[in-house]
Design a protein around this ligand. Structure first.
Ligand code: SF4
Ligand code: SF4
Length: 367
């Protein structure tokens, strides 16, 4: 029997899928692979090349208990794609064979819903790697997930938790009704386990993304605001705030198109291009893996089906990831999302804010 929240999520997912298929019309622009390289060349800049792979980012499945507006992988309760056991085993083999890879960064969907999530966590921790769980917080209240928070703490998994604002209105506008209250309770739960507390080894970072077609505000100021609001109203502690730019792909791109704001948003990104972000692009030091073991230069390329440029199509085709070093990266128009203003990555901004003129275009947070 489905809960009211699950029913609502299902309805929302169906409506999003319907809207998406309606928005796919013949002749729509396809991915422009040369766009970003041409954009850089026009500014006398070379395309980014790969550095040493330090992070393996794994999307272990698309099932999620939520169906957020901005979701770039279009996850939801109706998605059932998931990494199988043999894929998880191969990922651990790759980790073992590549000691330069320091981090296993696990995402989804809600990664905890994959039945092999704990196998992967235990395996990577046994290999002394940092493990990140990109967690939507509300998953802790799903059936069968009652001890997930405790499991994460026992294995010192770093939790990167989505919380796009410190107000109920803004969170629920993006993520659905009831999400804010459960997110707050989940954060309090993590705090009780030691996450985010001063001096604790259990790291808890929060993720902010703008509610609309804006750039994120300056991280330091926003982090201070989050800290004071969450501490004052809910007694919540956390380590750092990660600010992420909304990528102009998938659900967010469809929202922009429906609102007639796609060109405006792309112009915003292009006008705030910041060459200082290029050195820190996450695709230089990451390999992204999908639930079927295919390789990509980043999670956004994965969402768009743009395979890794440097060779090796799946986790079964590569053994030594150091062979990728110095190789090319598959870029396209959406890469402007990583290079605008202070830049953006799964670890947050890439350089100091502000790049000239960014403040005026950044999202204004509620007082
Ligand atoms: S919680 Fe994350 S994976 Fe799930 S729908 Fe929202 S953005 Fe997508
Ligand atoms: S979207 Fe960002 S991380 Fe991905 S290839 Fe482009 S610049 Fe790199």
């Amino acid at each position: 029997m489905k809960s009211l929240q699950q029913e609502k999520s299902l309805q929302r997912e169906k409506s999003l899928q319907r809207e998406e298929s309606e928005s796919r019309q013949p002749g729509r622009p396809h991915i422009e692979h040369a766009y970003f390289e041409d954009f850089l060349a026009a500014r006398g800049l070379a395309p980014p090349r790969r550095d040493v792979v330090r992070t393996l980012q794994l999307n272990i499945g698309l099932r999620c208990n939520l169906a957020c507006h901005h979701c770039h992988v279009e996850s939801g309760p109706d998605r059932h794609e998931a990494m199988a056991r043999h894929g998880a085993e191969r990922v651990l083999e790759l980790l073992e064979a590549n000691p330069q890879v320091e981090v296993l960064d696990i995402t989804g969907g809600a990664p905890e819903l994959n039945e092999h999530f704990r196998f992967l966590v235990r395996g990577a921790r046994a290999l002394s790697r940092r493990v990140i769980d990109r967690c939507n917080l509300t998953v802790f209240y799903e059936p069968g997930q009652e001890d997930t928070a405790k499991f994460l703490a026992e294995h010192e998994v770093e939790v990167v938790a989505s919380l796009p604002c410190y107000t109920l209105e803004n969170v629920e506008a993006q993520r659905g009704r009831g999400v804010f209250g459960r997110s707050i309770e989940a954060l309090q739960w993590l705090n009780r386990l030691g996450y985010g507390r001063a001096g604790s080894p259990l790291r808890l970072d929060l993720v902010y993304n703008p509610g609309g077609p804006h750039l994120p505000p300056e991280t330091g100021e926003l982090e201070a605001r989050y800290r004071s609001e969450l501490q004052e109203h809910f007694g919540i502690d956390f380590d750092h705030l990660i600010t992420i730019t909304n990528m102009p792909i998938k659900r967010f791109a469809h929202d922009l198109e429906r609102a007639g704001k796609e060109a405006e948003y792309m112009a915003l990104l292009a006008n705030h291009f910041n060459p200082a972000t290029l050195d820190g692009l996450m695709c230089r030091s990451m390999v992204s893996v999908d639930y079927e073991g295919r390789l990509y230069d980043c999670d956004f390329n994965q969402a768009l089906g743009i395979g890794i440029a440097a060779g090796g199509r799946t986790i079964w085709d590569v053994d030594d990831l150091s062979r990728l070093t110095g190789g090319p990266i598959a870029t396209a128009r959406h890469c402007l999302g990583c290079t605008a203003g202070a830049g953006s990555s799964c670890a947050g901004a890439l350089v100091e804010f502000p790049a000239a003129g960014t403040e005026a275009e950044a999202e204004t947070m509620p007082a």
